[in-house]
Design a protein around this ligand. Structure first.
Ligand SMILES: Cc1ncc(COP(=O)(O)O)c(C=O)c1O
Length: 329
């Protein structure tokens, strides 16, 4: 391995239970008769059921506090895991929180939406208006009331949030060394691209020669690749690492998008039941279930050899499960 770079991390608040466990999935691996599968349990980051946004929020919260902000504003779908973790981070830090959610008020509150309300977030529905217009309106209202809002983009995916997953790769490197374990691939769900940007940049910074494969849950692969490369490049600059060659490390597979975002099919149902049944680990239907369905399909197609090791990064999302009960049983 080559010399490691030294990122200049900005301030960070502690929200996550770290390190998250790195475990073997021996029973699932034997059942699929393919590569050894490991799982990185970022569903266990601890912030109101956890998930990948908690690592990003550690840096975003610190930046908000540095700027003297007293209120977080962010956006997402009605079952957004990012919004729920943002609401929890705000509550725990004594900040207010406003969530701009896409669509109309469903009138019924379950899954993440139930947690958003219990966590005290203010909810705004876009109906059929552009998200950016509603966000601008909410920010104006807050300022008119004398508050100082901090605006977090979709998925917490900007250079501040991405640092959370660069740092996660240092954590992974230490765990792999302690467990004397090599990995060949990292596979996970990708959408707004912040997680993938951090993992890719972290692999470069901490010299982990591993292939990084994002399974798109919604967008075309070319679009995600462009976003991830741009985000990782900008984050490298933000962390004082200079200009790095990143795009050749960014792999995205969009073969498993199916009918589109959050449209649950047999593939997700099979993946969720398989991981629950063989490992006692719960996935979600929108992100991790879809990514695991992709991994299972790639294994069946012989994309990996039996001697290889694949790390599946569990990014959370299980808080959404009750909202999908009728699609899963
Ligand atoms: C459970 C889960 N997995 C994966 C993702 C995708 O992460 P990113 O938006 O950083 O690509 C998200 C967020 O959208 C998520 O909530």
């Amino acid at each position: 391995m080559g010399p490691m770079m030294n990122p200049n991390y900005p301030p960070r608040v502690h929200l996550a239970h770290l390190p998250t466990p790195l475990e073997r999935m021996d029973r699932l691996s034997r059942h699929l008769n393919g590569p050894q599968i490991l799982i990185k349990r970022d569903d266990q980051t601890g912030l109101a059921t956890g998930g990948n946004k908690t690592r990003k929020l550690e840096f975003l919260l610190a930046e908000a506090q540095k700027q003297g902000c007293d209120h977080l504003v962010t956006v997402g779908s009605p079952q957004s895991n990012h919004c729920r973790q943002t609401a929890a981070a705000a509550a725990r830090s004594g900040l207010g929180c406003s969530l701009v959610l896409k669509g109309a008020d469903p009138g019924q509150y379950t899954g993440n939406l139930l947690l958003d309300r219990l966590l005290g977030a203010h909810l705004y529905w876009t109906e059929d208006r552009p998200v950016a217009d509603v966000v601008a309106e909410v920010i104006n209202e807050l300022q008119a009331m004398g508050r100082t809002p901090y605006n977090i983009p979709l998925g917490g995916s900007n250079v501040v949030g991405v640092a959370g997953y660069v740092l996660a790769m240092q954590e992974l490197r230490e765990q792999l060394a302690a467990q004397k374990q090599n990995i060949d691939f990292i596979v996970f769900a990708t959408s707004s691209g912040g997680t993938q940007a951090g993992i890719v940049l972290g692999a470069i910074v901490y010299d982990l020669p591993v292939r990084i494969l994002g399974i798109s849950v919604d967008h075309p692969a070319a679009m995600i690749k462009t976003n991830v490369s741009a985000l990782a490049t900008a984050t490298a600059t933000h962390l004082g690492l200079g200009t790095l060659t990143i795009s050749d490390r960014v792999e995205v597979n969009d073969d498993y998008v199916g009918e589109g975002y959050a449209m649950v099919s047999d593939a997700e149902r099979e993946a969720i039941r398989m991981v629950a049944g063989w490992e006692g680990i719960v996935l979600d239907p929108v992100y991790t279930g879809r990514a695991m369905a992709g991994l299972i399909d790639l294994i069946r197609w012989g994309a990996f050899t039996r001697g290889q090791t694949v790390l599946f990064w569990h990014t959370g999302g299980t808080a959404a499960l009750p909202a999908f009960a009728d699609k899963l049983l």
